[in-house]
Write a protein that binds this ligand. Sequence first.
Ligand SMILES: [Fe+2]
Length: 335
Amino acid sequence: MLSFFNKKIRRSTKVFNKTFEEFMQTGVTPQEGHTALIDLFCRTNGKFNDTINNKIIKSAPKTNPTSTSKLWNSIDLNYSNELNNKLEKNGYVDFKESLPKELVDKIYNFALKNETRMAPNYDKKVLFDPTNFQSEIYRFDANDLANSIEIQELIMDPFLIDVARKYLKSEPIFDFPAMWWSTSFLKEASAEAAQLYHFDLDRIKWLKIFFYITDVNENTGPHCYIEGSHISGTKPKEILKKGYARIQDEELEKYYPKDKFKTICAPAGSIFAGDTKCWHKGTPLKEGVRLVLEFEYTTSLFGANYDKFIMKNYTPEFKEFCKNNSYYSSNFIFE
Ligand SMILES: [Fe+2]
């Protein structure tokens, strides 16, 4: 096993420490700092992230008391404890609650009426035409999503925040919303559309919550993950040597038993949370389209440098919420 005192680890740790200090002063992560984080994650099988994160969360503000969810007013807030236990163990968990049908419809309509950017260039904005695909993936700009009132409702939902808070063991920062259409344009695995197994590593520690906005079955690109593979020290060393890479199923099948490969088929409105340090991927679509909304929550913005959200369209309630939860909402800028 690699020791933390390995020479290469020492070198990357030095770069990490220097760039983390810079990040604390400027809010910007130098590229070499993010590269050092990825290197350290791979060399220590995730243990470096755990150590650093434990230090980071000590300086986070104390947890705000949780109020009742507006979307699921009957929900027992202890339910987030139950979800958290499953998340810790398996890396992923399905929620028993779904999005209200009315909200699913509103988000679906938003996705038809607002422009997206399509792979591979993402250079110009186009409306998605479900009858005529030109690409395997169409992504929405995070800033447009942040300015959607429907999505703001979910961003400030106390139950979702509580799930993130419990898993991160810290007051979370809302990192970003993402939403994208996947299509059957290619009919084969696309690295661009994250259809090969990989782990994410934009941050030191994070949690994602996914919302299926269309029905997802075997043919329409279900999300897949390897159960328990988020746990530090458990990834195969030989694969981690490849670094931040996309991995073929057959390679991972050598290391993980079949029953750990999970596929999430579920109707529109379904919600699940995942620590995408787990090996995960989307399946290539055989037919139709898939629309997924995703939120990322984190303990620190060190890592990828994303733009903050310039708020132009919001409810007074959302603005007030951001004012009262300034740590959670530090990515939202009101002009
Ligand atoms: Fe991913």
